[in-house]
Design a protein around this ligand. Structure first.
Ligand SMILES: Nc1ncnc2c1ncn2[C@@H]1O[C@H](COP(=O)(O)OP(=O)(O)OP(=O)(O)O)[C@@H](O)[C@H]1O
Ligand SMILES: [Mg+2]
Length: 555
């Protein structure tokens, strides 16, 4: 893979920056055929050949062109013109390496069908930084000084990224987070898919406090689909510049100043900021450490409106179109306990408030100047019931004694108004993966108003973190949840006043079976033995009466 994360070589001899060695491309006379080895967050990581190649000198000179489309779903339609003779590049070692075309950035991002799902990935990255000292994530709208368009800001005061970690962040599939750790991130993909799903371009400013004797650093990196597309790049080139703190912020070179400067010029040409000073100004909101992500050239919908609606509510970021349902918005005012069900699809404030099962009390999520109040869906429930679910592996052996999901099931407090709310909220490692997952589709009102919450760590989220991998374990969980909802409904629906719920405690198949049993009893084909007793006591009286059977419940 040739993902070109350019800046310049580390001319320092103090060993800062993990000692990443610069690899030159085919024309660079370096060691592009070898894998580079960098260490970040204590973990050594192999980087592919060409990974740290400097940016081609010509890259910065091309002027920004108006992008062909501003709509995300159409933005994949472009043919990158071959550079040079178009032959695949081979490395100095003579081995061809797989190149990643910029279009991949787009196709990779299509995994996020829902823009708020993409935004959640950035919140995850900030919350994951709690272990490195993060106390807030701030989501806001900014204005691009160059063309007055709106931009999206996501900023936190977590550990930030040193130059090597920043290069990992911008590359595909490298995650410094361990899969077994309690972090939400695991695939090394979320930053790229989410930023590219929300806008064509992203700038990252990150400051790292400098641990283990290293000096503090700050880096600026740009992942710009507009730049790559407009300059017909065939590889993903990511200009990046670094600084280190040595009695003030000094340029930190990985190769030469010329390379460093080419990256700076490219960033200046293709970003909302026109000078190095303007870029550095962005660090003013970051203290010792933190990361500031600015997504610009936000995607538009078919009608030429920004997909993200900043106007509907000055303290929220909302979605237009299909995710927005005016009837639901009105109902949310009338039924406050169903508010999240009715609004999370279009409102970031609503979605973010239920996105995590637990948020540390010191960690604030601030959306456009107002804190997002964490909300536990369990507090919306009444007639609650706790059910333990222990997953069993396909071979029948319990998967892991610790793998238990505590399911809380109940009626939403608005259920007596027969509001059509239902579904299970399935969290994985604290993160909501499936909001209000409707597992049971019954004819009539069956299951209405029944909601649930569980944390299932024994199944794996899909890469967009909006669904789970379709495994047998998931299928079993789903079947169990269906049964749980049916049982809960048969036992409790009458308490909410669903008409005919004594009979309605059964779904259609159950009623048919009971009718058959009753019929056989009447015909004398079977005897009323003890094993039928439980069935008889649950048997819907109208059915029994029609069949001329005694109504045992009336007894
Ligand atoms: N806000 C941030 N602060 C510090 N480091 C960050 C931040 N955002 C991203 N990173 C770094 O960039 C890496 C890549 O982020 P990305 O979201 O692409 O992957 P991930 O979080 O590791 O896994 P996943 O794809 O499951 O989200 C992270 O592992 C982390 O090291
Ligand atoms: Mg992530």
């Amino acid at each position: 893979m040739s993902l070109d994360l350019s800046s310049s070589s580390d001319s320092d001899s103090d060993g800062e920056g993990g000692g990443a060695k610069r690899l030159r491309g085919a024309g660079g006379g370096g060691s592009a055929g070898k894998r580079a080895r960098v260490s970040a967050a204590g973990a050594a990581v192999d980087l592919p050949p060409g990974f740290l190649d400097p940016l081609p000198q010509a890259a910065a000179s091309a002027a920004p062109a108006k992008s062909a489309t501003k709509q995300f779903w159409k933005a994949g339609d472009y043919e990158g013109k071959p550079l040079g003779d178009g032959a695949p590049q081979s490395s100095v070692s003579g081995l061809d390496h797989v190149r990643v075309h910029p279009k991949f950035l787009h196709s990779n991002a299509t995994s996020h069908k829902w823009a708020l799902g993409a935004l959640a990935e950035l919140l995850d990255n900030s919350l994951d930084e709690v272990i490195n000292g993060a106390t807030y994530v701030n989501i806001d709208m900014l204005e691009n000084n160059k063309d007055k368009t709106r931009m999206l800001l996501v900023e936190d005061d977590g550990g930030g990224m040193d130059p090597d970690k920043m290069r990992q962040c911008m590359s595909l599939g490298y995650s410094a987070k361990s899969k077994v750790a309690s972090t939400i991130g695991q695939y090394g993909n979320g930053f790229k898919t989410s930023t590219m799903r929300l806008g064509a371009d992203v700038l990252v400013f990150s400051r790292s406090g400098g641990k283990g004797g290293k000096r503090p650093t700050q880096s600026i990196g740009m992942l710009s689909y507009t730049f790559l597309r407009s300059t017909n790049k065939e590889d993903i080139v990511v200009p990046m510049i670094d600084y280190k703190n040595e009695q003030g912020w000094k340029r930190k070179l990985r190769t030469t100043f010329a390379d460093w400067n080419t990256s700076l010029q490219t960033i200046i040409t293709w970003s909302p900021y026109s000078t190095e000073a303007e870029l550095l100004e962005q660090f003013s909101s970051i203290k010792e450490q933190g990361t500031r992500i600015i997504i610009y050239n936000l995607w538009e919908d078919d009608e030429g409106h920004l997909e993200l609606d900043f106007d509907a509510d000055i303290h929220d970021i909302q979605l237009r179109g299909g995710n927005r349902d005016e009837k639901n918005i009105q109902m949310a005012k009338q039924f406050p306990n169903s508010k999240h069900f009715l609004t999370y699809r279009h409102s970031l404030r609503s979605y973010a408030s239920i996105l995590y099962l637990r948020v540390p009390s010191f960690f604030q999520m601030i959306l456009r100047g107002k804190e997002i109040e964490h909300h536990n869906i369990v507090t919306d429930m009444m007639l609650k019931k706790e059910v333990k679910y222990k997953p069993v592996a396909p071979n029948g052996v319990p998967k892991d004694a610790n793998m238990v999901a505590d399911v809380t099931i109940g009626f939403v407090k608005d259920a007596k108004h027969h509001v059509d709310v239902q579904g299970f909220n399935v969290y994985h490692k604290n993160r909501l993966i499936k909001p209000f997952w409707r597992v049971w589709t019954a004819a009539g009102s069956g299951g209405r108003g029944v909601i649930g919450v569980l944390e299932a760590n024994f199944i794996e989220p899909a890469h967009d973190k909006q669904d789970f991998e379709r495994t047998t374990l998931l299928a079993r969980l789903e079947a169990r949840l269906v049964q749980m909802q049916k049982d809960y409904w048969s036992g409790n629906a009458h308490r909410i006043g669903y008409a005919g719920t004594r009979a309605g405690r059964y779904d259609e198949t159950e009623v048919i079976s009971l009718v058959k049993i009753c019929h056989w009893l009447v015909l004398g084909w079977i005897r009323l033995e003890e094993k039928f007793e439980p069935l008889m006591t649950r048997c819907p009286s109208p059915v029994l009466l029609r069949r001329g059977m005694p109504n045992r419940e009336a007894e």
